[in-house]
Design a protein around this ligand. Sequence first.
Ligand code: SF4
Length: 345
Amino acid sequence: MVHSGLVKELARECGFEISGIARAVPSPDSDRYSQWVARGMAGTMGYLTDRRAHVRSDPKLLLPAVKSIICVGALYNTRAPSPEGIGNRELGWISRYAWGDDYHDVLRSGLTTLATRLQAVEPFEFKICVDTAPLLERSYARDAGLGWIGKNTCLINQPLGSWFFLGEILTSLELEPDSPPPDRCGTCTRCIDACPTEAIVPSADDYALDARLCISYFTIESRDAIPEAQRTKIGPHIFGCDICQDVCPWNRKAPFSEEPHFQPSNFAPPLEKLAHLSGEEFRLLFSGSPVIRSKYAGFLGNVAIAMGNSGAAKFRDPLEKLAKSPDPTVAEHALWALGKLNKEG
Ligand code: SF4
């Protein structure tokens, strides 16, 4: 018979550093989520606000027979330096989660192995979720004892920090649930103070992330031109941002992942090289990487802004070229960057 101890033992063997069980009932965070959507904080991310927003209210809408949610976390912290450690404004900064291979395949494969091994003990219905299914996964991970949800809205595990990918197996098995750990943010406000765009805002009972102000949203999700008032604050970020996690004291002693797929390949590429990439070269360079999500034009637009923020006069030539791009957003970002470099002399 499958029991929660066996689930955790096998989860560990399948590559997940943390795991736990949550009851498959509607999350009390559902109302908070609806309020967040109602306040417009999801920006243009339709997949968070369309009919899938309703599916998030109850895991039974994903698997009618579900009784328990097996929540797992795979550490992706690696030994590459922090942005401050690099201190070279001619390099573009990519978010830590995207330094290696796309995590979706890695997590799905580990969860499939876990489900197969559990099924060898006892058959059950299940559905694997890795980020793409409409499920309040951080809330269930917290309920499963994996960590608390910090003011930066990340799931934080007391000994291991917040550099985790999360995944779930919704299962018809009735498993002993875990309990959520206490919130250990206390009076700390480091993430709120450090966010250059002030994206962590007060909400009714806590804090919320206003995606419309988040550097990750600007550089990955949004297909619109980045608002002019935010461009300087984006600094060298060309894909995502980790500032609110880099400053979190719970990440000071975060251990490193040895998973080969998460080891860094493109963590701080030279901006000049990126500005000259053709569409085909972009796809080849970032094949199998989450960076592909920003799409070629979006990525070039981000590179242009980072060049403008670098203060390096040598970027005028590549920016002149980008300013002639047929993509209006790339051209607009490049013109802004040229203007900034010219102003700074
Ligand atoms: Fe919580 Fe401080 Fe970490 Fe923010 S930086 S998530 S307030 S502990």
